[in-house]
Design a protein around this ligand. Structure first.
Ligand code: FAD
Ligand code: NAP
Length: 351
């Protein structure tokens, strides 16, 4: 069986750089290795903990640790997913079907696609983390979500140790949501994800600053690699690099409210930034704008702070604990509620 380390700092394994500890840490590269580690965990855990009966340890599967906030130690087993492989498994006139191991890096996969002219993921360039975690919150950026290129995934069930296939419908993808983040939270380990990628690209350049960036680059007839370059340039300019300052991207989701509520807010705050959700009577409000209006952009409490350029991103200046970041997020929730009457929901997974 793969080696199991004991009492390990998780600081190198989460992009917030929180110094939480795992009781045990191990890696797996195949479903069999995963099964062996879980079986070891269930045999050893209660005894080692001095617990009796049916008590079990928490098991936490980690990819790149770029969407998690540790507010405490993990008194159990942390398993790093290292399942590899990017395989072209099928092809028709319009699409390629590509199966990817959950432990592959997301951006590595995007680069693999760009090099082969496989379209559909260029707007999702430079998102940190693993392919296996991408369906968890239906990762999205610049008007594209993985649901747009998703075919199916395979996931290992903790309940019976069997591998199940989930179709697009089964995953119930929503805005930064899926069944894996909601009703099946903690019940499955995603092993592989299969994507259906168009051979003829349909470019999405209307979102955010992509078009301006392409103009700045002097590109008149962009292809997927140009869009990717534009997205990378915008992201590098706006978002803090976790290698330099701890963060997990957007800490909160952009809240969706009924149009009526948005119009009432607009009457009071004419500058409010909102986007109609087409086909519904709801509007998405830019949470970063509301946080900024609360005077919290660039706010710092100890080593926990709100990023100075992007208020949706909370940062760890070095020595913050997960608890301190969480408390800061609570302060933000309260301020936004008081000023706008809107509840912010955390996007980051809090452990
Ligand atoms: P982790 O943080 O390792 O895990 C996240 C959650 O998924 C945890 O609950 C974990 O237990 C679970 N999990 C991980 N792997 C598996 C698995 N194989 N099976 C079951 N559960 C699993 N997100 C976006 O949507 N769009 C963006 O544009 C974006 N930009 C970002 C920019 C920065 C600078 C940062 C730091 C983050 C950004 N994120 C963005 C958030 C994050 O990168 C994504 O959510 C990413 O998919 C997380 O992947 P991960 O492997 O790091 O997940
Ligand atoms: P931005 O371009 O400054 O826009 C601010 C917000 O307005 C975004 O959150 C975006 O919502 C929304 N928006 C902008 N143009 C829109 C349009 N045409 N239609 C609908 N909504 C629009 O945002 P940013 O912070 O630089 O991020 C750019 C993209 O990368 C966004 O899609 C963002 O979600 C993504 N991103 C995500 C994370 C994360 O951790 N989840 C981190 C960094 C960046 P949406 O967020 O709903 O797209």
């Amino acid at each position: 069986m793969n080696s199991i380390l004991e009492h390990v700092s998780l600081k190198p394994y989460n992009t917030f750089g929180i110094d939480a500890h795992a009781r045990y840490l191990a890696e797996f590269s195949t479903p069999d290795e995963l099964a062996a580690l879980l079986s070891w965990g269930s045999r050893s855990a209660p005894k080692a903990e001095g617990r009796q009966g049916t008590d079990v340890w928490p098991v936490l599967v980690l990819g790149g640790g770029s969407n998690i906030l540790f507010t405490r130690d993990v008194d159990g087993l942390v398993l790093r997913n290292r399942i590899e492989g990017i395989d072209l498994i099928d092809e028709d006139e319009d699409y390629v079907y590509v199966q990817v191991g959950a432990g592959e890096s997301w951006h590595g996969f995007v680069e693999h696609c760009l090099a082969r002219d496989w379209a559909g993921v260029e707007n999702l360039s430079l998102i940190p983390g693993s392919v296996g975690a991408a369906p968890m919150q239906n990762i999205g950026a610049y008007g594209v979500e993985i649901k747009d290129v998703f075919q199916e995934l395979q996931a290992w069930s903790y309940a019976d140790g069997r591998i199940y296939t989930f179709s697009l419908n089964d995953c119930a993808f929503g805005y930064r949501e899926s069944v894996f983040k909601r009703q099946y939270r903690g019940e499955f380990v995603i092993l592989t994800v299969t994507f259906r990628l168009p051979k003829k690209p349909v470019l999405h350049t209307e979102y955010g600053a992509i078009r301006e960036e392409l103009e700045r680059m002097g590109v008149r007839e962009p292809g997927i690699r140009d869009v990717s370059k534009a997205v990378i340039a915008i992201r590098r300019g706006r978002l803090p690099d976790p290698a330099e300052i701890g963060n997990a991207g957007s800490f909160f989701k952009n809240p969706t409210v009924p149009d009526e509520q948005f119009e009432a807010l607009q009457a009071e705050f004419p500058e409010i930034v909102g986007y109609r959700n087409t086909g519904t009577d709801t509007t998405k409000i830019a949470a970063g704008w509301m946080i900024e209006q609360c005077g919290l952009k660039g706010y710092r409490h100890g080593d926990a702070g709100v990023h100075a350029r992007q208020a949706l991103v909370l940062v760890n200046y070095g020595g913050a604990t997960g608890r301190e970041i969480y408390e800061l997020s609570e302060e933000i929730v309260v301020s936004v509620r008081q000023k706008f009457g809107v509840d912010l929901e955390r996007e980051v997974n809090v452990f």
